[in-house]
Ligand binder design. Structure first.
Ligand code: FNR
Length: 369
């Protein structure tokens, strides 16, 4: 039987204890479902069915969508949250279900900053045809950021005061505590895609003149404070992760060199899962095509100690392509997003194609390939 590296185990280290053992290297990346019907941040049966089907599908780490640490940090009013205990309670059976079906349960903690209060991508009849910032009539809310920028093409956001920044850091820590109470094995800090953390990191959008803007040291201060506050409350025996936009793909923007530099610092704080996406500020200006972000993961992997779990994402759709990324050491694992929406059994089907054992659910066994 051919040996697949993609379908060998990997242990994501924690700051103490045995770490988080993954059954293979195929990760479900966070994907907003815009399915909170009551607009209260509480996940629903859709989230259970969606994430549960990915655990059935053989993924090793199932990461729940961008989940807001504060109500005003939601991309849309259909986003999930972890800013109150009712939300944490509702996540419990979901995390438990994922874990009961052999996958590790992760959640991406997020704050959209200036990109909050938008209609989102799932249009029901009521919102049909609407895009961009939610109007005041439809319940749009004030948004906050490092410093206002026209690059988002959305309504202007308010620059956060230092007190608001500090309160926001506390929101991340409180949400991390709730993620622990909800039973998640891993949290991923969303520092990508032009959302609040990225709005601080990128010189394209951070024009502050105080200690949170200007130099690399200052632009990364908010992120470092978030990580420090989260690490203080997130159990030492659980894994801590981050998703970066490794590049703005714009001259004088946030670059892969900046990403490598902050990734090394965050490793020092105990972050061990690094996922490398890109862009999110202004018009997309980057490369495209299969595996186009893999070199970003490779750059971070080469700079970090070997025990880090570095994943590549973006147009990874074929089993052999994914295998190749891991075998050649460009990344330790891959995230497969859109291909999973069309085929929740992507991981199992790939295992079968690569000659590795499948985690096919017993209930489905008569339908195996
Ligand atoms: C996404 N993506 C995304 N990224 C993220 O960091 N947090 C999120 O909540 C979401 N939400 C989301 C929703 C939907 C419907 C899609 C399709 C994508 C980006 C996603 O995680 C992934 O990085 C990209 O889809 C690229 O990977 P694929 O789809 O080419 O495998």
């Amino acid at each position: 039987m051919p040996h697949s590296k993609l379908f060998t185990e990997f242990t994501v280290p924690a700051r103490s204890g045995a770490g988080l053992k993954l059954r293979n290297r195929v990760v479900l990346p966070p994907m907003c479902q815009y399915s909170v019907e009551k607009r209260d941040g509480v996940p629903t049966t859709w989230h259970l069915a969606h994430l549960g089907s990915m655990a059935h599908g053989g993924y090793s780490l199932v990461i729940a969508e961008a989940t807001a640490v504060a109500a005003e940090g939601r991309i849309s009013d259909r986003d999930t949250g972890l800013w109150n205990d009712e939300q944490a309670e509702a996540w419990k059976p979901i995390a438990q279900y994922i874990r009961a079906h052999g996958a590790a349960a992760g959640v991406q903690l997020a704050h959209a900053g200036a990109k909050a209060s938008t209609y989102g991508w799932l249009k029901d009849l009521e919102d049909a045809g609407k895009s961009g910032s939610i109007s005041a009539d439809d319940g749009g809310w004030e948004t906050f950021t490092s410093s206002p920028s026209e690059l988002y093409g959305l309504k202007p956001a308010t620059a956060m005061s230092v007190e608001q920044i500090q309160a926001s850091v506390q929101d991340w820590a409180d949400a991390a505590k709730r993620a622990d109470a909800a039973g998640f094995d891993l949290i991923q800090i969303h520092a990508a895609h032009g959302y609040l953390v990225h709005q601080f990191l990128s010189p394209l959008t951070n024009k502050r003149t105080d200690e949170y803007g200007g130099s690399f040291e200052n632009r990364t201060r908010y992120l470092r404070e978030v990580i420090e506050a989260v690490a203080a409350v997130w159990p030492e025996n659980k894994a801590l992760g981050i998703r970066f936009s490794g590049e703005d793909w714009v001259d004088d923007g946030w670059s892969i060199a900046d990403t490598v530099r902050i990734a090394k610092e965050l490793y020092g704080y105990g972050v061990r899962h690094f996922d490398l996406s890109s862009a999110g500020i202004g018009k997309f200006n980057g490369p495209s095509g299969p595996g186009y972000q893999v070199p970003l993961a490779q750059a971070v992997k080469e700079a970090l100690p070997q025990d880090a779990f570095v994943t590549a994402v973006g147009v990874i759709t074929e089993p052999m392509q994914a295998e190749q990324i891991v075998v050649t050491g460009q990344a330790d694992g891959v995230c497969v997003g859109r291909a999973a929406l069309g085929d929740p059994q992507w991981a199992n089907r790939s295992a079968q194609e690569l000659g590795a054992p499948m985690a096919f659910p017993a209930q489905y066994w008569r339908g195996r390939w």
